[in-house]
Design a protein around this ligand. Structure first.
Ligand SMILES: Cc1ncc(COP(=O)(O)O)c(C=O)c1O
Length: 451
């Protein structure tokens, strides 16, 4: 594909160096990328540097960034707090080869925000955190089966991966042993009847879910569902695991669990947790986490990991969580996200384009090219508006998604899939400018008859 439409011609002209780099990358990396989510058609931009809400590619194009480190950057890129904390620590040791005050302070910062975090175990990623949470649940209950919800994402480890992620069509379970898959039961996120019947078998170690709906709330979940899951798991001796890798410290200071009012047995955390550096954690009931303790003797759950609680992530994480507790970055990010959703919906109406946008705290989701009701207030899902029923939302087809994303990059805006992850350093002016770019991209799509 080389410039069959005006959008594509502009994309190629503006991104010639990214195209060259992508060619070379294809000879080095499978598919030319280092994360499935970085796959882009026909090639992705190659980013050179980033600061605050902005980033620049190797061709010198400037973008307002809504990838925000895949959700890790509530404070934007390289916030001065974090640069200072991490730079000072680099000079004091990047791996201390032992326990440290830093890891204790980081854990206490979590406990200050998340009351269910009676004990904490750090990992190097969200994937490792969900792997450990499931292992702890299996060890504690003596049961092997796991119940998970369709399309909910918990990283790529074999305990939770793939089964059920079929409708998105982009994650394959090849290489995952049937024996592992057969231990996982998958239910639609609103199928409480099916879930209740399965849990009644008393074979399940745990239920794991993204508590605000799958793929960081791409299809929102009525809070009554996690509340009901709390009751069902209690009744049938299974544990409840909230995967708050994305929602932790974002849906509220104490994550989705604070907002929904449910105390899970175990919670997995990453992203904002580590202040923009790599890191994850399993937190929760002391008796469950204490299975990792050497006091647990022969029944213990082992957990090594070279970079667990590494000093750089510890200082960045502690600093970020202190700011979450004391400075309320969430309110600012939430307001900007609401401004963005309102503006996107207004633009869709004005350009008579089918689709909608909505925001849940600082996460904005966009559906384009599908006839769908827009939120009444232009921002949030009102459950009552739908008679209390869960919406079943269509997704943007790839025939619309790729031209849209190229058109928007041409206009200087980068999204995370079909969503925008908003930080507390995006300004009102950044949001206004993003809405203008969206309008221009829609016009391009209308001209090319993509929409
Ligand atoms: C809800 C959820 N759980 C787990 C993970 C895996 O985390 P990581 O990419 O740090 O392994 C992700 C990653 O995006 C996620 O969104």
């Amino acid at each position: 594909m080389s410039g069959t439409t005006a959008i594509d011609r502009e994309f190629f002209a503006k991104h010639a160096l990214s195209a060259q780099r992508a060619e070379e990358a294809r000879t080095i990396f499978p598919g030319g990328v280092t994360h499935d989510a970085r796959h882009f058609e026909p090639f992705g931009i190659v980013v050179d540097r980033a600061i605050g809400p902005r980033k620049w590619d190797v061709d010198g194009n400037e973008y307002i960034d809504y990838v925000m480190g895949h959700g890790a950057l509530l404070f934007g890129h390289s916030h001065p707090y974090l640069v200072e904390a991490v730079s000072a620590q680099v000079a004091r040791g990047t791996h201390l080869g032992g326990s440290s005050d830093l890891e204790r302070r980081w854990a206490q910062a979590i406990q200050r925000l998340i009351p269910s975090a009676e004990k904490v175990r750090f990992t190097s990623s969200g994937t490792e955190a969900t792997m450990m949470a499931v292992r702890l649940a299996r060890a504690a209950t003596g049961r092997d089966r796991l119940l998970r919800l369709r399309n909910h994402f918990h990283g790529w480890n074999d305990s939770v991966f793939a089964a059920g992620r079929t409708s998105a069509g982009n994650i394959a379970a090849n290489g995952q042993p049937d024996a592992m898959q057969s231990l996982i039961s998958v239910f639609d996120q609103t199928d409480l009847t099916g879930i209740a019947a399965a849990l009644a078998s008393e074979e399940y170690a745990a239920v794991i879910l993204e508590p605000t709906g799958y793929s960081w709330g791409t299809c929102p979940l009525d809070p009554s569902v996690p509340r009901e899951l709390r009751e069902l798991t209690d009744r049938h001796g299974a544990l409840l695991i909230f995967d708050e890798v994305v929602t932790g410290f974002r849906m509220s200071r104490g994550g989705a669990q604070e907002r929904i009012g449910v105390r899970p047995d175990l919670t997995t955390l990453a992203k904002i947790l580590a202040g923009g550096l790599p890191g994850g954690a399993v937190v929760g009931r002391a008796d469950l986490l204490d299975q990792i303790s050497f006091d647990a003797g022969g029944g213990r759950v082992a957990h090594p990991g070279t970079f667990n609680a590494n000093p750089l992530s510890a200082v960045a994480g502690e600093r970020a969580l202190r700011a979450v507790a004391e400075e309320d970055p969430n309110s600012i990010a939430n307001e900007r996200a609401a401004q963005l959703a309102r503006g996107l919906n207004h633009t869709l109406v004005e350009s008579e384009a089918p689709g909608c946008a909505w925001a849940d705290t600082s996460l904005v989701h966009i559906i384009l090219g599908q006839d769908i009701e827009r939120p009444d207030d232009g921002v949030t899902w009102d459950w009552d508006q739908h008679g209390g029923a869960q919406p079943t939302l269509p997704t943007t087809t790839s025939e619309v998604l790729w031209p849209f994303r190229r058109a928007l990059l041409n206009q200087g805006v980068d999204l995370m899939g079909m969503g925008a992850i908003v930080s507390c350093v995006h300004t009102e002016a950044d949001i206004d400018s993003t809405i203008d770019s969206f309008g221009a991209a829609l016009s391009d799509l209308r001209r090319e008859e993509v929409l």
